[in-house]
Design a protein around this ligand. Structure first.
Ligand SMILES: NC(=O)c1ccc[n+]([C@@H]2O[C@H](COP(=O)([O-])OP(=O)(O)OC[C@H]3O[C@@H](n4cnc5c(N)ncnc54)[C@H](OP(=O)(O)O)[C@@H]3O)[C@@H](O)[C@H]2O)c1
Length: 304
């Protein structure tokens, strides 16, 4: 593990979830942080916490990554002491809706494309030339398994994350011959505000996504991002695909289903030889989204 003490790390989307957890782990590693997101109040809270816990120096940027000219002016205007960014974590991103493409909300599409693809490009374009000219730097993009596997209703979100994957690969090729590294971290299901944002604030629907599953935590992802950033300069972790143990692919999730059945009730014998009971039980059954639960019908052969 290489020390990244005192390095300058820019994290986009630091106000919540994975970005906020990355801020914690990079603060603990002794870096100085440029925290960017639209919600400045949340960045202020986070910066105060990190100052108290780790004595971290933070520079806050109220930034909408979709706003190209604002990205340029605010990064150009960084004070000299903060300009030499060593690590860029392109994490800001979102999903909107889970509609079939033919029924999709075009405003949702624009928001995902503008944030996940164009926003990432605008920030990268501003920061990477300095890394090349200084001969030092690392870009870590937050991809997703959605960039590897498309799922029903995921159409445009999946397309944006496939684009992030292509951009990570392309940037790595274009930087070949320089010491600047490019890494993509591609998680499966992580419990953050992601689903609330996807469902436009419908907290009940968002909570259902994680019911019965042990998802990844934002801290799990931050650990991986920190691991990638602390390899020796000749090692580039190119792509990390990470699932919760309860998830095997974008569409196959193992769910703990609590099947609470209030009876026992006792069916009268249907035949002379078998006394058939449907027994009430309280159990943690294992099932998957695709299989759904089955009630166990216990056949209890009793002598008549
Ligand atoms: N959660 C998952 O299951 C999962 C899985 C795979 C990949 N990911 C990816 O992980 C990244 C982080 O998501 P999360 O799960 O941590 O969700 P989250 O808790 O909703 O965090 C999203 C972050 O992105 C920021 N953001 C969104 N739009 C922005 C914009 N226009 N300009 C600047 N910042 C913006 C938000 O900040 P403001 O609202 O304050 O601007 C927030 O800090 C995203 O790229 C997401 O696609 C998530």
């Amino acid at each position: 593990m290489v020390s990244i003490q005192d390095q300058i790390v820019l994290i986009t989307g630091a106000s919540s979830g994975i970005g906020s957890a990355c801020a914690q782990s990079f603060a603990q590693a002794g870096t100085q942080l440029i925290l960017a997101a639209r919600r400045l109040d949340r960045l202020e809270e986070l910066a105060a916490e990190l100052k108290q816990q780790f004595n971290t120096q933070s520079y806050l940027l109220a930034l909408d990554v979709c706003d190209r000219s604002h990205v340029k002016t605010s990064l150009d205007a960084l004070p000299a002491a903060w300009k030499q960014i060593d690590i860029l974590i392109n994490n800001a991103g979102l999903s909107r809706g889970l509609d079939k493409l033919q029924e999709g909300n075009i405003q949702d599409w624009e928001e995902m494309i503008d944030t996940n693809i164009k926003g990432l490009l605008y920030v990268t374009r501003e920061i990477v030339p300095g890394m090349v000219s200084r001969g030092n730097g690392q870009v870590i993009n937050m991809g997703s398994i959605a960039g590897h596997q498309t799922y029903p209703g995921g159409n445009v979100y999946c397309a944006t994350k496939a684009a992030v994957r292509a951009l990570s690969e392309g940037l790595k090729m274009d930087l070949l011959g320089t010491p600047v590294r490019v890494c993509s971290v591609d998680p499966g299901m992580v419990e953050t505000a992601f689903s609330q944002v996807r469902f436009h604030g419908d907290a009940a629907r968002a909570a259902q996504v994680y019911q019965g599953v042990t998802p990844l935590s934002p801290e799990d992802i931050a650990d991986i991002v920190l691991f990638c950033a602390t390899r020796p300069p000749h090692v580039n972790i190119s792509d990390v695909v990470v699932f919760p143990t309860d998830q095997a692919s974008a569409t196959l999730v193992h769910v703990e289903v609590r099947v609470g059945v209030i009876f026992p009730f006792h069916q009268e014998p249907q035949s002379s030889s078998v006394n058939q009971k449907i027994l009430g039980f309280e159990s943690l059954g294992r099932a998957s989204h695709t299989l759904m639960t089955q009630l166990s019908i216990l056949q209890d052969a009793e002598p008549n």
